[in-house]
Design a binder for this molecule. Structure first.
Ligand SMILES: O=c1nc[nH]c2c1ncn2[C@H]1C[C@H](O)[C@@H](COP(=O)(O)OP(=O)(O)OP(=O)(O)O)O1
Ligand SMILES: [Mg+2]
Length: 448
C-alpha cells in the first residue's frame, strides 16, 4: 500500500499545459502530482563553436529550481555564484535525452535551448523536466515547420522519462513522490523513447542492493509509465494550436511599408512583371520598425532587414523623401516626420509651404529621392537609388499620388506630380527609376 493510496503501477496525476508563456517559441507547464516544472524552448540562430559551418544544429537544456520549490528555502545558485554538481548533472541529462530523438542535420545550423525551471518539487523533477522539455521542444519545432524555416521534421520519435523504485516493503513502484523517494531502498530514473528503447537508466541501490528480477520489474513499470506519458504528450501537442503563418510564395514580394501610396505604385509596377505584393498591412502582428537611421539607405536597410529576418523571406523596403535646395536638402530623410509627431501629408505640405514663403520660383528647385533595399536572411542587402528633379509650387495642385506630390512640379509634363496619372508617375518617379535600377541587378544578387 502506498502512502497516497496509489496502485504500484500508477502515475500521479500528470497534466501538460502548453503555450503558457508569451515569448518562448514553445512552452509547457508540466505537473506530476505536486511536482511542477515550467519548460521553455528558445530557438537561436547560432550554434556552439564546434558545430559552426557543419550545417548541424544543437539542442541543449538548463535546469534550475526556485528557492521555495522545496520545503525549506534553498538559496539561488546565482547567489552562490556557481551551479551545484546536481544541477549540472541534471541539465546535461536533459540535453542528452532530447538530442537522442532529434536529427541535428535536419534541424539545420541553429540551436534550441530548453529551460526547465522547477516551480515546486515533490520528487521526480528531472524526469518531469525531460517529459515537459520534449513537448516544449516539439512545439518550437512545429512552429518552424509551419513557418517553412525547417523543411523536414527533425524529431525522430517521442521521448519521456519517469522514476521507478523499490520501497522498504520490497514493492516496486512507479513515479515516486518525495515521501517515497526519501525512504526508497532503490531509486531509478528511466529515459525512454516511443519505440521502447532506453536513452538512460540511472538506478541506485541507495539502502539496499537489488536483484536482476527486481531490476526487470522496475523496467517493466517504467515502460508502462513512459507509454502513458507519451500518450499524454501527444494529446497535449494535438491540442496546441499553432499560430497561422502567412506563406510567401515565389511570385510574391513583401514590401516593408505601411504607406498605401507607395504600395499602390509598387503594385502597379511589379504587377506588370507578374508579381503580387504584400505589405506590412498584411502582417498586422509585426510591430512598427522605428526609423532611427540618418540616411535613406540606413532606414531602408533597417526596414528590409528587420522584416526579412522576421518573415524569413525576401523583403524590399523603400525609404524616400523630398530634398529642397533652398532648405539645404531638407526635409530629406525626415520627410515623413517634417511637421512633427503624428505626421500626415497635409501638415507636412503646409509646413513646406511655410518654410518657402519668400523663396521665388526659380530658387524652389527640389528632388524626390528613393533608396530601395532588398534583403534576405543571411545575405548582404542590395541597394539601388532613383531621383526625379522638380520645383516646389506655391499652391498645391492635383489629387493623385500621395505625400508631397501636389507641391512637386514636373517640368517635362508641365504638371504637378499629383496631376499626373498613376501610369505617368510610374514611368518617371524616383521610385520607378529605382525599381528599373533594381531590375538590372536583382538576378545577379539572387545568385550570389
Ligand atoms: O512619390 C512620392 N510622392 C510624394 N511624396 C513622397 C513620395 N515618396 C516619398 N514621399 C514622401 C512621403 C513621406 O513623407 C516620405 C517618405 O517617408 P518614408 O519613411 O520613406 O515612408 P513612410 O513612412 O510614409 O512609409 P514606410 O516607411 O512605411 O515605407 O517622403
Ligand atoms: Mg517611414
Amino acid at each position: 500500500m502506498r502512502h497516497d493510496a496509489r496502485q504500484e503501477n500508477q502515475l500521479r496525476e500528470v497534466t501538460i499545459e502548453t503555450e503558457v508563456l508569451k515569448h518562448a517559441e514553445g512552452s509547457v507547464m508540466i505537473s506530476f502530482g505536486e511536482t511542477k516544472v515550467l519548460c521553455a524552448a528558445t530557438v537561436e540562430e547560432s550554434v556552439p563553436p564546434f558545430l559552426r559551418g557543419s550545417g548541424k544544429g544543437w539542442v541543449t537544456a538548463e535546469y534550475s529550481m526556485l528557492p521555495r520549490a522545496t520545503n525549506t528555502r534553498n538559496r539561488r545558485e546565482s547567489s552562490k555564484g556557481k551551479l551545484t554538481g546536481r544541477t549540472m548533472e541534471i541539465q546535461r541529462l536533459i540535453g542528452r535525452a532530447l538530442r537522442a530523438v532529434v536529427d541535428l542535420e535536419k534541424l539545420g545550423e541553429q540551436s534550441i535551448i530548453v529551460d526547465c525551471d522547477v516551480i515546486q518539487a515533490d520528487g521526480g523533477t528531472r524526469t518531469a523536466s525531460i517529459t515537459g522539455a520534449f513537448v516544449a521542444l516539439a512545439i518550437a519545432i512545429n512552429k518552424e515547420i509551419a513557418k517553412g524555416t525547417i523543411k523536414e521534421n527533425p524529431i525522430k520519435e517521442h521521448l519521456a522519462a519517469i522514476s521507478v523504485g523499490i520501497l522498504p516493503s520490497g514493492a516496486a513502484v512507479l513515479d515516486l513522490d518525495y515521501v517515497e523517494d526519501v525512504e526508497a531502498a532503490v531509486d531509478m530514473n528511466l529515459v525512454m523513447t516511443e519505440t521502447g528503447e532506453f536513452v538512460e537508466v540511472q538506478g541506485t541501490g541507495e539502502e539496499h542492493t537489488y536483484t536482476r528480477a527486481q531490476l526487470l520489474e522496475m523496467l517493466d513499470l517504467g515502460d508502462l509509465g513512459i507509454r502513458e506519458l507519451i500518450r499524454l504528450q501527444k494529446e497535449a501537442l494535438a491540442a496546441t494550436k499553432l499560430p497561422e503563418y502567412e506563406q510567401v510564395s515565389d511570385k510574391e514580394i513583401v514590401i516593408a511599408t505601411n504607406n498605401l501610396g507607395k504600395a499602390k505604385e509598387f503594385e502597379a509596377i511589379f504587377g506588370a512583371k507578374g508579381y503580387t505584393i504584400k505589405t506590412l498591412q498584411d502582417f498586422p502582428e509585426i510591430p512598427e520598425v522605428i526609423e532611427t537611421g540618418k540616411t535613406f539607405a540606413e532606414n531602408a536597410a533597417l526596414k528590409a532587414e528587420t522584416i526579412a529576418e522576421r518573415l524569413n523571406c525576401l523583403v524590399l523596403a523603400d525609404d524616400s523623401g523630398l530634398m529642397v535646395d533652398a532648405l539645404n536638402g531638407q526635409p530629406g530623410v525626415y520627410s515623413a516626420r517634417f511637421a512633427g509627431p503624428g505626421h500626415n501629408d497635409a501638415a507636412n505640405n503646409a509646413k513646406l509651404l511655410h518654410e518657402l514663403t519668400d523663396v521665388p520660383s526659380e530658387k524652389r528647385t527640389a528632388k524626390f529621392h528613393c533608396t530601395l533595399a532588398l534583403a534576405a536572411p543571411g545575405k548582404d542587402t542590395l541597394f539601388v537609388e532613383g531621383e526625379v528633379l522638380g520645383r516646389i509650387l506655391s499652391i498645391p495642385r492635383g489629387d493623385n499620388g500621395f505625400g508631397y506630390d501636389p507641391l512637386f512640379y514636373v517640368e517635362e509634363f508641365d504638371k504637378s506630380m499629383a496631376e499626373l496619372s498613376a501610369e505617368e508617375k510610374n514611368k518617371i518617379s524616383h521610385r520607378a527609376i529605382a525599381i528599373q535600377n533594381l531590375a538590372t541587378v536583382w538576378d545577379k544578387w539572387q545568385e550570389g
